[in-house]
Design a binder for this molecule. Structure first.
Ligand code: MG
Length: 299
């Protein structure tokens, strides 16, 4: 099942999407017949919080038997799947070997990481597909893109063993970890350079984990103005998904709706000679096989 946050009839609503049929079904219709607290079904985070495993099949059956409830996908606007995360988005740096090599001497040392490198992005960075990335020209001249697989956590957990990691995932989406390279370097610590408003496009929706069982082997790509820039595979992660969840959750509680960006493959703008930084009007297309396409333009 694929879940999305949409703007429809002038308000934020939750839906599931039939990508092939380009149809949308409002989850409010499903919840009319489910004995749940209706106030818990208004946001993606509250939906994930109360999600029951049996809904994976029940929702498909409910809408499969009532095709008259469908809305054409073209009639809704997709928001970011979680438009306002409850906590900072946790991100990994240097998690693909080829990317670590291309930024050697710029952002990274030449030593392979012994442990995952974490940093975070705040809630105000999040925008959805088709929304504008602000260039912040007054403070950065080195704007860069990074396509990444984003994990959406499904239930609370701490000290999670690798073997149980998949139980704690709700699903997957695509993120573009927009980075102001000059701010990253000037401030040494990456937080400011990764945290400008609109600098975490995410979407277009969440693919539930039941569709993409671990281990994942999915192509991941980015294009700028139609030119292929990044092309990797999720199977090339240095720290794989169970390792990330297990390592991060040691002494650190994960909560439903938490978002983890798993790192970016080689081909970012800073890795080219000369560098290919983003400019106003550029269109960045991020794609992950089996998930979808996230499209944003620099304003
Ligand atoms: Mg990144």
């Amino acid at each position: 099942m694929i879940y999305a946050s949409i703007q429809y009839k002038n308000r934020e609503q939750l839906c599931c999407i039939d990508v092939v049929g380009e149809r949308v079904f409002l989850l409010a219709d499903f919840f009319k017949e489910e004995p749940v607290d209706k106030t818990a079904t208004v946001s993606m985070i509250s939906f994930i919080n109360i999600y029951k495993d049996e809904w994976t099949d029940n929702i498909a059956y409910f809408f499969g038997s009532q095709p008259e409830l469908a809305i054409p996908l073209s009639e809704v606007n997709l928001s970011a799947p979680i438009p306002t995360p409850a906590r900072n988005i946790v991100c990994l740096g240097k998690n693909y070997e080829a990317h670590a090599q291309e930024l050697k001497g710029h952002i990274f040392s030449d030593k392979p990481p012994l442990h995952p490198i974490y940093f975070t992005k705040p809630d105000h960075t999040v925008i959805g597909t088709e929304e504008l990335i602000l260039p912040h020209k007054a403070i950065t001249k080195k704007l860069d893109y990074e396509v990444e697989l984003a994990l959406i956590i499904g239930k609370e957990g701490i000290d999670i063993p690798k073997e149980e990691a998949e139980d704690y995932i709700f699903g997957y989406t695509i993120a573009n970890d927009i980075s102001a390279r000059d701010l990253q370097q000037d401030h040494t610590q990456w937080y400011k350079g990764k945290s400008l408003i609109t600098h975490c496009p995410m979407g277009p929706w969440i693919v539930h984990k039941s569709i993409l069982p671990l281990p994942l082997s999915l192509e991941i790509k980015s294009y700028v103005n139609g030119e292929l820039r990044q092309h990797g595979n999720i199977s090339d992660l240095i720290f794989d998904i169970p390792t990330i969840i297990s390592d991060l959750s040691r002494g650190y509680p994960l909560r439903p709706g938490d978002i983890i960006l798993t790192g970016t493959p080689a081909g970012v703008g800073m890795g080219f000679d000369p560098p290919k930084f983003l400019k106003s009007g550029d269109e960045i297309v991020c794609q992950i096989q089996g998930i979808g396409t996230l499209i944003n333009q620099v304003g």
